[in-house]
Design a protein around this ligand. Structure first.
Ligand SMILES: [Fe+2]
Ligand SMILES: [Fe+2]
Length: 283
């Protein structure tokens, strides 16, 4: 299977990159599932139902969240009626929505998606390791799903690596989000799980992690807030990770994807062939 996970979409410029590129990438790479982290899609803070539905309409299969999951208060309501929207699984019991879900595509393939928040330098929540243990136990790879993606939304690189090793051999991909900075350590762990510490944001990199530079600089230099954080509006770099899984659901290849904006571009060399060149021509 071919999976594409797109990192934290920040504001209007991030959304424009998703809308422009996802339909093209879906066709060019014959993708089986496209997942987007949408926690910053609405003006940098949270997600609205209109934005979520636009993502689905242009070919996104599911959206994950993070610490900004409920910044838009309407998310507390609409998340209940959107099975393809996943919020962190280690929020307290009774939090609206779901922390894990299994979705199917037109080919009958089943994908488990889990979202967890780290605990280092972040709000105190339930243990993400125990949460992952529970969710993977409820939906074992190769038994109840054909691929499994875990979005580890966390600040600390150490915690993300540990969570990756914890799930190694039991998930197709453990992908870090939240820092908004792509790390260059994408690799397949010893047990066969694709991993990257952070996929990076999909937003304008002429910014402070997606936000217009002025207010962050004022707060860093004067310590006094003097305005709102607003997303930077320059052209976005779409940052993603591409994963090819084998028959066992584990990763066979992983590559960063960077398109547009200020960052150097990257694309998976293993998907350079067109759909009609594929030996099994699955459609
Ligand atoms: Fe984010
Ligand atoms: Fe975040």
């Amino acid at each position: 299977m071919r999976l594409l996970f797109i990192g934290d979409v920040v504001g209007r410029s991030g959304r424009a990159a998703v809308v422009e590129h996802v339909p093209l990438l879906r066709a060019r790479w014959d993708l089986d599932f496209v997942i987007v982290n949408g926690e910053n899609a609405a003006g940098g803070f949270g997600l609205t139902e209109a934005i979520f539905e636009e993502f689905l309409a242009i070919g996104v299969d599911a959206v994950t969240l993070g610490n900004h999951a409920f910044d838009q208060r309407e998310a507390l309501v609409f998340i209940e009626r959107q099975p393809r929207l996943v919020r962190p699984a280690n929020y307290p019991a009774g939090t609206p929505g779901r922390g894990a879900t299994v979705i199917s595509n037109g080919r009958g393939e089943r994908l488990l998606i889990v979202n967890v928040l780290g605990r280092l330098f972040m709000d105190a929540l339930d243990d993400p390791f125990a949460t992952i243990e529970r969710e993977l136990g409820a939906c074992p790879l190769h038994e109840r799903c054909d691929a499994a993606v875990i979005d580890v939304h966390a600040e600390a690189t150490s915690e993300k690596w540990a969570l990756g090793h914890f799930a190694d051999g039991r998930a197709s991909l453990v992908v870090g989000t939240h820092t908004h900075v792509p790390s260059a350590d994408h690799r397949i762990l010893s047990g066969g799980t694709g991993f990257v510490t952070d996929v990076g944001m999909t937003g304008d990199y002429d910014s402070v992690i997606g936000m217009d530079k002025d207010e962050p600089l004022r707060r860093f230099t004067r310590r006094i807030p003097s305005g709102r954080f607003e997303p930077a509006l320059g052209p976005a770099t779409l940052c993603a990770v591409a994963v090819e899984t084998g028959a066992d659901g584990l990763a066979e290849a992983i590559s960063p994807v960077r398109i547009g904006g200020l960052l150097e571009s990257a694309a998976p060399a293993f998907w350079t062939k067109r759909t009609d060149d594929r030996p099994d021509n699955r459609l």
